[in-house]
Design a binder for this molecule. Sequence first.
Ligand SMILES: Nc1nc2c(ncn2[C@@H]2O[C@H](COP(=O)(O)OP(=O)(O)OP(=O)(O)O)[C@@H](O)[C@H]2O)c(=O)[nH]1
Ligand SMILES: [Mg+2]
Length: 317
Amino acid sequence: MTEDRTLIFDKNDVCIFIPVLNEEGAIKDVIEGFKNVGYTNILVYDGNSKDKTREVAAAAGARVVVQSGKGKGQAMIQAFDAMTEKYMVMIDGDGTELPEEIHHLLYPVLEGKADHVAGNRIAGRTPGAFTALNLLGNRMINWFFRRAFHSGLRDILTGYRAFTRESIQALDLKQNGFVIETELTVECLTKGQKILEVPITYLPRPEKVETKLHPIRDGYRISMAIYKYSRFYNPLFFFGVWSLLSFTIALLLIALHPFITWHGGSIFGTASVFFAGIGALLLVAGFVADISATLHRKTLKAIQANRKEQEKEYDQF
Ligand SMILES: Nc1nc2c(ncn2[C@@H]2O[C@H](COP(=O)(O)OP(=O)(O)OP(=O)(O)O)[C@@H](O)[C@H]2O)c(=O)[nH]1
Ligand SMILES: [Mg+2]
């Protein structure tokens, strides 16, 4: 992919942020890739690597900070809090994404078309970039997310992103580990920010670099987080999942009723009524909570519009 537009801006206003843990084999090429396209304000946040990552990154010309805690999420939160530049582009330090594609992510932010741009790795994946298990897991997680958050996003777990200082510092982030990307996306949606997805090239990991992600463990944690976060954003989904399960059990019990006889079969009839009742209760709870969540979103939107209006008036003086 090549960028055919040119925007005039100061590249020092853009902080290139790279969280790393044991990436001595890949980090140099990532840093040099950005320098080759004119970005020299490069910040590497190291998670106490056991290899030579810090030395290699510093020698390649990056500022290196050792994060104060543990986990990719903690490094991100620390870097966001300390951010002073107008814009930030973050990228994984494992060489799987291309620095020269920065403009696809950054330009929409510079032009005010989006608060947050995320690189869709699934759209631009090259052979071997995802293992079969990772691709399946990613697709399932994104499908689940789209249902839970009424969103069209296709790669919420991407590590290549661009955003403004205002947009990132407005988010309330707490996750220290790999759930951070999910929390970040949820927070953007909750705060009414505009997220844009652009396709990016996604390469296989260079040989020497080892993944820190555990597909099953982290996939489970991320899925649970999506479900948990849906409580306030889409309560109809949150309660609806259990309501659907209860109705399914009720239907199964009714369907099995003629074939199984126990105490004259009556117990299955009673149980199916019980589960149908629970299902109906959960559905009503979902609808009521949904009204409240919708009203909350509308109020928040009105407050934000009001604040923007006030800022405009203030700027005129
Ligand atoms: N600072 C810091 N960086 C981390 C930590 N864990 C992972 N990273 C970095 O975060 C980036 C993404 O981590 P990866 O292990 O590549 O995870 P991923 O890209 O989601 O998974 P893969 O599909 O295996 O590549 C890489 O640059 C890692 O080195 C950590 O605890 N602290
Ligand atoms: Mg990676």
